[in-house]
Design a protein around this ligand. Sequence first.
Ligand SMILES: Cc1cc2nc3c(=O)[nH]c(=O)nc-3n(C[C@H](O)[C@H](O)[C@H](O)COP(=O)(O)OP(=O)(O)OC[C@H]3O[C@@H](n4cnc5c(N)ncnc54)[C@H](O)[C@@H]3O)c2cc1C
Length: 231
Amino acid sequence: MPNSDLEVRLISIPDNLLDIVYTACRTCYSADGAVEIYENHTNDKDKMLSLIKKVISSGHYSTIEHIQLTFAINNISRAATHQLVRHRHMSFSQKSQRYVKEKGEFDYIIPSAIKANKELCKKFELFMQDTAALYQEFIQNGIKSEDARSILPNATASSIVTSLNLRELIHLANLRLCTRAQLEIRMVVKKMCALVEEKEPWLTEHLVPKCERLGYCDEDNSCGRMKTKNG
Ligand SMILES: Cc1cc2nc3c(=O)[nH]c(=O)nc-3n(C[C@H](O)[C@H](O)[C@H](O)COP(=O)(O)OP(=O)(O)OC[C@H]3O[C@@H](n4cnc5c(N)ncnc54)[C@H](O)[C@@H]3O)c2cc1C
């Protein structure tokens, strides 16, 4: 059956995120040891941020790889999780279609473009109902869920826990906030970024589509929001 709305929770972010990044930055440029730098560092946030921003803008990204973030995501389609798992610096634990049998009518995500068209949406739902009936027939006839799942569509709802470091989140945002990215994954990444920005507002300027980072659009089919590479 059609699932409820996408749900994204930030379940882990270091409380001392700034201390960690600041220590990493200062360690590169100071005669003092990393331990002393961490223990004696300033608590002046503006001073810390000033150095951090300078270091990040110079492309010294290892300093933000120390920040590990974990998200729990519900009501996301398999189509979207398949795009997410292409990011090789992220870790994942996803609801298994081998160990978890879909019960009755399985949950699915209707893309908003299809939802907006009543007639097509009805056909979409009928297709899902037929698929659910066939899936149940397979299960009732002793087919294991690991094989019965072969007929489950990309729209099937999933649930996933993902962890990534801050450098990878910025990369993910650069690629997946682009209007050329598919709407659902764009919404997922937008929510992930918003949750991090709530805790660390200084990251807002980094959690942007790549055109904002580059100053131009490098896509073949530009959305027109920014000038392209060749003007
Ligand atoms: C709009 C859009 C459309 C897409 N369409 C398609 C498509 O049609 N077909 C398709 O197959 N995929 C498609 N993709 C997925 C895309 O090709 C990438 O697999 C995905 O975006 C992950 O990007 P990434 O490799 O930069 O990131 P990550 O895997 O997150 O890696 C981050 C960075 O680490 C470095 N890195 C990671 N692994 C390696 C490695 N093995 N060697 C060298 N450097 C590495 C790279 O610098 C990389 O940018 C699409 C992505 C987007 C955003």
